[in-house]
Design a protein around this ligand. Structure first.
Ligand code: ATP
Length: 322
């Protein structure tokens, strides 16, 4: 069997600015085709890490490999896509000219671009707007144009820095769909976002960083400690049902105080036990009104982690010195 090359691998990656390590021994592995969330407070070193992975900033120590090669290698760089948070657009260009310019810079042939540009404009919801100059685009349209630019050259690894900060809720859903489509095509996505609910919904794995170090990384389930809390709402609790449920998972709570309904909180070890829970409820003769697996709450995890770890350098926030 062929070994799949990881999209990103770093080993003890470091960057020191003015004697201060802003990335301090960072170890990350992102397999090809994975959507990876990179989270941390302001000044944690996220952008600096991304710049090193893109070959824009030289590490002070350690090693980084992207798509199996060096970030400095032009052949590797040609297969990377990047949407920076604050993209400086050439606003005198039309959307199509902007994409053509970036496509040529990325080495895409003129013939290929003719078909590809309308395709990506459609993908990001800018169909029919490509002939307008960027100076007339709204903030959300500029962000969509930037995303079109990032995926234009069919990269195998895409870095998206706050890709939805200027978008309305519909735009956010559309970007999520684009990310899911990239994943389905085997493209790895490295997502930097402060919108944790968004990260929760789209990322396969996340890493929390603080002061240039990874505090923890894993799938949402791993970060939840491997349990799936499920809230059940039933018409009533027939005798013996709690015992049956206890055989499927851990009954954490049951509430029978409201007439005409029974609430049970059940912790399961695996998602594929959910159908058995529904079957057990029906077999016991109760009606099932809700069977809701609880989402891992990234925001709570984030706050717990960030508060629990000692702040090593306040200057790391980038705040002005008193
Ligand atoms: N070129 C530079 N020269 C000196 N210090 C820098 C440079 N670039 C970044 N820093 C410092 O490194 C630290 C990490 O910055 P970085 O931009 O990587 O953080 P971040 O996690 O991306 O933050 P944010 O969430 O606010 O974008 C900050 O304290 C910043 O001031």
């Amino acid at each position: 069997m062929l070994t799949r090359v990881n999209a990103i691998e770093t080993q003890d990656l470091r960057k020191v600015y003015r004697g201060r390590a802003v990335v301090d021994g960072l170890n990350l592995t992102v397999p090809q085709g994975e959507v990876f969330g990179f989270l941390g407070p302001n000044g944690a070193g996220k952008s600096t890490t991304v710049k090193m992975l893109l070959g824009l900033v030289h590490p002070s120590g350690g090693a980084a490999r992207v798509l199996g090669g060096s970030p400095q290698d032009p052949r590797v760089r040609a297969r990377l896509g990047f949407l920076p948070e604050q993209f400086r657009f050439q606003t005198w260009m039309t959307g199509e000219e902007f994409l053509r310019f970036h496509g040529r810079l990325a080495g895409v042939g003129a013939g290929d671009l003719r078909g590809r540009i309308p395709e990506v404009l459609e993908l990001v919801g800018l169909s029919g707007r490509g002939r307008e100059t960027l100076s007339g685009y709204s903030k959300g349209m500029l962000q969509r144009a930037g995303l079109a630019g990032a995926i234009l050259a069919r990269p195998r690894l895409v870095f998206l820095d706050e890709p939805t900060s200027a978008l309305d809720p519909i735009g956010r859903i559309e970007v999520r769909e684009i990310i899911e489509r990239l994943r389905a095509e085997g493209v790895a996505v490295f997502l930097n976002s402060h919108l944790l609910s968004e990260v929760e919904q789209v990322c396969d794995r996340v890493a929390f960083v603080k002061a240039g170090r990874v505090l923890t990384q894993g799938t949402m389930r791993e970060l939840m400690g491997g349990v799936l809390p499920v809230d059940l709402r039933l018409s009533h609790l027939p005798p013996g049902l709690l015992d049956t449920l206890a055989g499927l998972g851990e009954v954490r709570r049951s509430d029978l105080n409201t007439p005409g309904r029974a609430d049970v909180e059940l912790w399961l070890a695996r998602e594929d036990t959910l159908p058995a829970v529904a079957r057990a409820v029906h077999a016991a003769g109760a009606d099932l009104y809700a069977l809701s697996p609880r989402r891992p709450d990234l925001e709570t995890m984030f706050l717990d982690l960030i508060e629990d770890t000692p702040e090593r350098t306040r200057a790391g926030t980038g705040a002005p010195h008193a």
